[in-house]
Design a protein around this ligand. Structure first.
Ligand code: PLZ
Length: 428
């Protein structure tokens, strides 16, 4: 850690002060030989587990063939195969095209380029609590100032932020929240200026906020009726994480463009933009790409990874994991009124920590519980605009036993920090 501090820029922070030397089976091993239970998957990346055998095999084979060619110079099959696969498994049976990139930010950024090229319009609507990345455009689309934007302006122009649906805090139905958001979009931006609406189907860094049913379909219907490209950012929610292959499947949404990343390639850097053929084919040849975009090793990993989700039915496993997390935290919520909300879908679950009585966010207790977990060998992440959400993103290959061990430590973290003895009535 001393070498890290001396050699690495301070802005590159860390959650747990360890040095990882190996990982697999829901465990990370540090340089001192400690085993940590991984409830974060490197922020929703290692869905099929760390160093998954199928990925190790595919990558080893590819690395022996060639490591790089640059797809926009001399194309190769792996990239095309990933594009074909994504075109077939993403929501909707319309004709699609895919472009590959290295990071989720790059995917979102390119989705905007494509939507602007197709519509000839410039404005982009995003939502409260959104996280779309750290590049200038995607940082501008991200809601939270500290730490993501503070001191990093000026920001990209023509980005407009409107309220989302946050059932725990706004108490609105999906239809009510959509009516209000669409009114703001119509009055403050206007469809004739608007290229795209971009939204995460369940917001990730913003607090695992799942909009009330009906909110997303209403946005999609309005976008379709008004010549606005509807973009779902599934970088964090994608690839079986929420109990469906994509979170869009839950409300049978069919986005014009979907961005994916994180869980796509078992830990290798890859991200994608997949969308309607007529939209995706709008930018001129040479307008999209990048030196490493769709690297052959990452593509080989992606093909093996996606096959693993399908073969092992990991979407079903994600739901089982979600049921275990629900069981543990609904039980805790019965006796601890600092648990304001238990929410999320599949293996993308979170607990919102509140001050009893007011229901205001409690970022201090949230941080203390996460620190307690880390000190006791469990990697758990926090999130939320108010820093008051503990989120669970375990690998979908984790055993029930390991999962319960890890969750027990988090529950102990609540008990260790002045637990309330007040027992609530009428709690589900
Ligand atoms: N869109 C929905 O969740 C990445 C990164 C957190 P990149 N979120 C985790 C951090 O500290 O940087 C994310 C996301 C959604 C886009 C991104 C950006 O993906 O691969 O990190 O660029």
């Amino acid at each position: 850690m001393q070498r890290k501090v001396s050699a690495v820029a301070a802005g590159v922070g860390h959650v747990v002060p360890v040095s990882i030397v190996a990982g697999g089976g829901g465990i990370l091993i540090d340089a001192d030989g400690n085993s940590l239970i991984d409830l974060g998957s490197g922020i929703a990346v290692t869905g099929i587990g760390n160093s998954a055998p199928a990925v190790v095999e595919a990558v080893t084979h590819q690395v022996q063939q060639f490591t790089h060619a640059c797809f926009t110079v001399t194309p190769y099959d792996g990239y095309v195969a990933v594009a074909e696969k994504l075109n077939s498994i993403t929501p909707g049976d319309h004709e699609k095209r895919t472009a590959l990139f290295n990071t989720g930010s790059e995917a979102v950024e390119n989705a905007i380029k494509i939507a602007r090229s197709f519509t000839g319009k410039h404005a982009v609507v995003v939502f409260d609590h959104a996280f779309h990345g750290r590049t200038n455009l995607t940082m501008s689309m991200t809601a939270k100032s500290m730490p993501y934007k503070d001191g990093f302006g000026p920001f990209a122009p023509d980005i407009y932020r409107v309220p989302t649906s946050y059932p725990f805090r706004d108490g609105l139905t999906g239809e009510e929240a959509a009516r209000y958001s669409l009114l703001q979009i119509d009055k403050q931006v206007g469809a004739s200026n608007l290229a795209a609406i971009v939204i995460e189907p369940i917001q990730g860094e913003g607090g695992f906020i799942e909009p009330a049913p009906g909110f997303l379909p209403a946005l999609q219907d309005w976008a379709t009726a008004n010549g606005v490209v509807f973009i779902l950012d599934e970088v964090q929610t994608g690839f079986s994480r929420t109990g469906d292959l994509f979170a869009s499947n839950h409300e049978t949404l069919v986005p014009d463009i979907i961005t994916t990343g994180k869980g796509i390639a078992g830990g290798l850097p890859l991200a994608a933009v997949t969308g309607r053929a007529e939209i995706m084919d709008s930018p001129q040849p040479g307008g999209l790409g990048g030196t490493y975009a769709g690297n052959p090793i990452a593509c080989a990993a992606a093909l093996a990874t996606i096959e693993t989700y399908e073969k092992h039915n990991l979407a079903v496993r994600a739901r089982q994991i979600g049921a275990v997390i629900d069981e543990v935290f609904f039980e805790l919520a019965n006796s601890d009124d600092r648990i304001g909300d238990v929410r999320g879908r599949g293996a993308m679950k979170a607990v919102e920590v509140v001050l009893p009585g007011s229901g205001d966010p409690d970022p201090s207790l949230t941080a203390s519980v996460a620190r307690f977990a880390a000190d006791h060998g469990v990697v758990v992440l926090t999130c939320g605009t108010y820093g008051s959400v503990i989120r669970f993103l375990p690998p979908l290959t984790i055993s029930d036993e390991l999962l319960r061990d890890g969750l027990r430590v988090v529950v102990d973290g609540f008990r260790a920090h002045a637990p309330t003895t007040h027992v609530k009535e009428n709690r589900p």
